[in-house]
Design a protein around this ligand. Structure first.
Ligand code: NAP
Length: 418
């Protein structure tokens, strides 16, 4: 007996993702699903779909008892939250692409949809076309994850690619990304690392059973990376990528962060070029696996939304296996990070705050040090994020707390600190 049920969809948003989904659904002939109404913001915009479909009144969708699925793909997080809460409370199934909405409200959304026994799916919110959430839920649910690291923001990867491979200045690479539609006119969410952070928050729930708040996690973007850092990376057979990571420490706590990272040329992550995304997962049983694909764009994102809609047709729900297993995982703030920090010659770093220093390279053009610094210290202090300083994590640079090593800071006591 078939368990498939007819899906009647109320679609919020008809932009890059919404219109892509509309076209994709028209071609999904084996799926018993149709869009009954589309809610948009601007009634006067020209649309490539019949006018009778559109409304600007959200309640026409949310109060319609025939509509059993709400797909939310709008670009306004506050409005998206109101839509999500009402949809779930009305017993409708919900599909969303809004990583900001989900990351900022994950606890509340999980509680609400489990209370109302509805399904809430959001595969497209992390790396669009790469089916990472469903794999974490279903494939790795009984495996122990040892490391998850990924390039999960296409805009910053495109910019870094242009800086690295084509020697563009950061500002020119950003402008090119905007001209080609790979970066927003207001690129702050991307270049500050916040978009990747939102996705990491979502991944943490499915990979490790941790529901974290974005402000608990160490993050930095790519704005301060300069030609000197690029040269250093090239000389050391590495590339610079914005990498999101989550890694269990010996005590079971999970170190999670988003930082520009020196990725070795031999690493699978170094093959992730331009606007592409990639996620590397290492687990006890499966060993290492690498997921690669398009992390944005109309059809790649619509493909994940469509896949969620198809999953609803057979009653699929996230089980949040790792949350239910009550592993007691929590975020670690005592990890030690191996970092490269470059700075203008006349700007001195607070060297005593490093746990150990391996290299100090003084150069009239720009200097750098390589050393170990604690995760907690970086979370609590912000000198390393100032405009003239660039901090890069080494790949595999997340380590355990050890007895403090001898600091060489005393050699530099005459330096003024930033
Ligand atoms: N673009 C991607 O590649 C991508 C990838 C993954 C996830 N996402 C996420 O998907 C969502 C949509 O992104 P997008 O790129 O499709 O955005 P977009 O092209 O800017 O389109 C946004 C749509 O939302 C509508 N809208 C805004 N506020 C609304 C409201 N209060 N009520 C009803 N409709 C409203 C707009 O209406 P009008 O048309 O009337 O202006 C527009 O149709 C975002 O959360 C984004 O983060 C996007």
């Amino acid at each position: 007996m078939s368990t498939q049920k007819k899906l009647v969809i109320g679609l919020f948003g008809f932009g890059v993702v919404g219109e892509g989904l509309y076209l994709a659904l028209n071609n999904a002939i084996y799926l018993d699903a149709s869009i009954k109404k589309v809610c948009i913001k601007d009634a006067d915009k020209q649309r490539n779909a019949p006018a009778r479909l559109f409304t600007t009144n959200p309640d026409e969708l949310l109060d319609d008892p025939e509509i059993n699925v709400i797909v939310e793909v709008i670009n306004d997080t506050a409005a998206a939250k109101a839509i999500a809460l009402k949809a779930i409370a009305s017993g409708k199934q919900l599909v969303s692409a809004s990583k900001k909405l989900i990351a900022e409200n994950l606890q509340e959304l999980i509680a609400l949809h489990s209370h109302h026994n509805t399904s809430f799916l959001y595969e497209s919110s992390v790396c669009a076309s790469i089916p990472v959430i469903r794999n974490l839920e279903e494939y790795y649910n009984n495996d122990f994850l040892q490391h998850l690291s990924g390039i999960i923001n296409g805009s910053t990867n495109f910019i870094l690619h242009k800086v690295f491979e084509d020697n563009l200045e950061y500002a020119d690479a950003l402008r090119l990304a905007q001209d080609l539609g790979f970066a927003e006119l207001d690129p702050a969410l991307d270049v500050q690392g916040t978009d990747a952070l939102h996705k990491l928050v979502i991944l943490l729930a499915h990979a490790f059973g941790i529901v974290a708040r974005p402000d608990e996690i160490l993050v930095n973007g790519i704005r301060n990376i300069n030609g000197y850092d690029v040269r250093y990376a090239k000389q050391h057979q590495s590339q610079i990528k914005l990498v999101a990571q989550a890694k269990p420490l010996q005590n079971g706590d999970i170190a999670a962060l988003v930082l520009p990272t020196l990725v070795r040329n031999s690493s699978p992550l170094s093959f992730v070029k331009e606007e592409y995304n990639g996620i590397l997962i290492r687990s006890s049983l499966a060993d290492e696996q690498f997921f690669y694909g398009k992390g944005a764009g109309s059809f790649p994102t619509a493909s994940a939304v469509l896949s969620d809609i198809a999953a609803l047709s057979y009653g699929y729900k996230y089980e949040y296996h790792k949350l239910r297993q009550q592993l007691g995982n929590k975020l670690a703030d005592d990890a030690i990070l191996k970092v490269y920090v470059s700075h203008p010659h006349n700007v001195k770093l607070p060297l005593t705050d490093f746990r150990s220093i391996q290299t100090i390279h003084d150069d009239p053009e720009r200097s750098y040090i390589i050393g170990e610094i604690s995760y907690h210290y970086l979370l609590e202090n912000d000198w390393w994020q100032s405009e003239h300083i660039s901090l890069l994590l080494f790949e595999d640079g997340i380590t355990e707390k050890k007895a403090p090593a001898h600091s060489q800071a005393s050699y530099y006591t005459s330096h003024q600190t930033v």
